[in-house]
Write a protein that binds this ligand. Structure first.
Ligand SMILES: OC[C@@H]1[C@@H](O)[C@H](O)[C@@H](O)c2nc(CNc3ccccc3)cn21
Length: 610
């Protein structure tokens, strides 16, 4: 019969040994190469033995591409890989940090900062399973999620990708990996890559960004995490213990440095600690152009970057564009003895172990049988439940007043006012990594969802209450109309952002939010809902506000906000992060000696369903 490595009844290591023993250097280096979709024609994949392709944020086969178009694209590429001499299937990867973010009409769940506030690992595991189905609907078997960063400074542009400042809460939320990949069966081996390949309803995951990404000084993205080794082990490493035990298939290296040493060149942490001490058996992947950024300026000495990165223990390189340069340089480094073949073989073994384990050899082609999973109502209902549980009630009524929330659906005077830019902006409520890398603003049909305003209207118009919406009402409008409104809902917050574009040293509510708060709350009983990727400066407005809700980045199912505002469900969320008084206090995290928060970690008022 065929070659032993193609026989799924043979032991995993026998398959790996057989295949590795047949591979040329070019075929091995090809497996270590991940290129971007736009470069990945079947011919290029075939000619260079490319082992993996990615979609960067927003990199899609076509605008509003349906699942069928994704499946065709991935399968065409797969044809290029399977037509090589050894027919090793290629692995297609994409970001799915809050749902299948790049894909039109996918369900977009709350970003991780909000999921941390649910304190519900079981819910988060269910979310993982739903995301896996939506990703598989498009024929993709591998995602660059979860981000298990422990964000220690909200000035960091990626803080919303982190479940919490507290390592234990992040550890608990690694349950999402078991949702993505499937749960290791009782009695099954822990600590080795596991992807339930039978049903083809799971995906290989990626714990990122190893290690200490959330601890960069001043929250400056991709900068230096200055800490003792014990601080690193106690604050940033814990989620990787859980991820490895849960069988995470891959780990992505951080752009950041640890005490001045680039993580992409950190042999001690990548090889000695993750691979040897923690016995991680999956593969380590670089971040996008991560090798290039080892030097300053980036790409200043690519041969050196490759040498440092591969010798540090990186197995697969997210090149993702200059693949001939990468392949030629790595080939040279092996042929001149700088990089031993044993290092190349370790990398390829790990890559093949993941591909065999996840059943990619048996099921290299996708089909459209799961197309209906994309954005299906059950997933949107799950996302709506997550939105409800992610909301944190920070204030409910001024001192001596009765609580404002839950709001009555029937307004005595007949009308309520909804104000603020973020009440009616699907893109802003989703945040970064949605349709495009940086996300989008407005409701311009770039995807499908329910804004917070939509949710409010659906909740109370049937009760006969008239909803008046004004994005940025001036003081005059409010004065002339205030008698009409029983109360006001003011929804303000941040624009979408990703990575360095989100780095921010002042954390003030962007204009005209503060003016809207002052204009409206100065005259009408108001609940302010903040839509943001992190805590923002609120103390100056707190006295004028009757009720205050942190909604984070809820995603497409904005109706979850109305569900709780109007008492269909109670507020249960608890802060996953310390809410500071002023940015001068930062960094300030639970457990610090000096801890003087406006609202402490774990804070959250509760209400009963009405
Ligand atoms: O989208 C792929 C990866 C993603 O998985 C990582 O979490 C994230 O760090 C990441 N960033 C980029 C793009 N980064 C970039 C940096 C400088 C210039 C251009 C792009 C790609 N990716």
């Amino acid at each position: 019969g065929g070659a032993r490595y193609k026989d799924p009844t043979r032991p995993l290591n026998a398959r790996i040994d057989d295949l590795l023993g047949r591979m040329t250097l070019a075929e091995k280096i090809g497996q270590m190469s991940q290129i971007e979709r736009e470069k990945a024609t079947p011919d290029v994949i075939n000619k260079y033995f490319i082992g993996s392709v990615l979609s960067g944020g927003g990199s899609v086969p076509a605008a509003n591409a349906p699942p069928e178009a994704w499946v065709k694209m991935v399968n065409d590429m797969q044809g290029g890989a399977l037509s090589t001499r050894l027919g090793i299937p290629m692995l297609y990867g994409i970001d799915a940090v809050h749902g299948h973010g790049s894909v039109y009409k996918a369900t977009i769940f709350p970003h991780n900062i909000g999921l941390g506030c649910t304190r519900d690992p079981e819910l988060v595991k269910r979310i993982g399973a739903a995301v896996a189905l939506e990703v598989r609907a498009t024929g993709i078997p591998y995602i660059f999620a979860p981000c298990v960063a422990v964000c220690r400074d909200p000035r960091w542009g990626r803080c919303y990708e982190s479940f919490s400042e507290h390592p234990e809460l992040v550890q608990n939320m690694t349950s999402i990996i078991s949702g993505f990949q499937g749960e290791i069966p009782a009695g099954g081996r822990k600590g080795v890559p596991f992807v339930a390949s039978g049903g083809r309803r799971n995906v290989a995951a990626c714990a990122k960004h190893y290690v200490g990404d959330g601890g960069t000084a001043g929250g400056i993205n991709a900068n230096d995490t200055v800490a003792t080794f014990h601080e690193l082990l106690s604050l940033h490493m814990p989620p990787y213990y859980n991820a490895v035990i849960r069988g995470v298939a891959t780990v992505m290296v951080s752009y950041s440095s640890f005490n001045g040493v680039k993580m992409h060149a950190n042999h001690f942490l990548v090889t000695d600690f993750l691979k040897k001490r923690l016995r991680f058996r999956g593969f380590v992947i670089s971040d996008y152009q991560g090798l290039d950024f080892i030097t300053t300026p980036e790409h200043a000495d690519y041969l050196l970057s490759i040498k440092l990165g591969i010798l540090a223990g990186i197995d697969m390189v997210m090149i993702p564009f200059n693949y001939t340069e990468f392949i030629d340089d790595l080939t040279l480094l092996v042929q001149n003895g700088t990089i031993p073949m044993s290092r190349i073989d370790d990398a390829v073994r790990r890559i093949l172990r993941v591909k065999f384990t996840m059943g990619l050899f048996e099921n290299p082609y996708a089909d459209t049988s799961l197309a209906g999973e994309l954005g299906k109502q059950e997933h949107r209902d799950l996302a709506r439940e997550a939105v409800r549980k992610s909301l944190v009630l920070l204030k409910n009524g001024k001192p001596g007043d009765k609580p404002l929330l839950p709001l009555p659906k029937k307004a005595y005077g007949g009308s309520i006012l909804v104000a603020g830019s973020h009440a009616d902006d699907l893109g802003s409520q989703c945040g970064g990594w949605t349709i495009t890398w940086q996300g989008f603003t407005g409701n311009n049909n770039l995807t499908a969802g329910t804004t917070i305003l939509d949710g409010i209207k659906r909740a109370i118009e049937p009760a006969g209450t008239d909803v008046v919406y004004a994005g940025n009402p001036d003081a005059d409008f409010v004065q002339r109309n205030k008698a009409r409104f029983d109360y006001a809902i003011v929804v303000v917050g941040e624009p979408p952002y990703a990575e360095t574009f989100g780095d921010n040293s002042n954390l003030t509510i962007p204009a005209p939010g503060p003016d809207v708060i002052r204009n409206v709350c100065g005259s009408i009983r108001c609940v302010v809902v903040i839509v943001s990727g992190r805590q923002l400066v609120v103390e100056p407005y707190l006295d004028a506000i009757d009720a205050l809700v942190a909604a984070w980045l809820p995603g497409t199912e904005g109706q979850g906000v109305a569900d709780v505002l109007f008492g269909d469900y109670g507020f249960t969320g608890k802060l996953s992060r310390t809410w500071f008084r002023s940015v001068e206090q930062l960094p300030m995290n639970v457990g610090d000696a000096h801890y003087d928060p406006l609202f402490p970690f774990g804070f959250g008022l509760e209400t009963q369903p009405s």
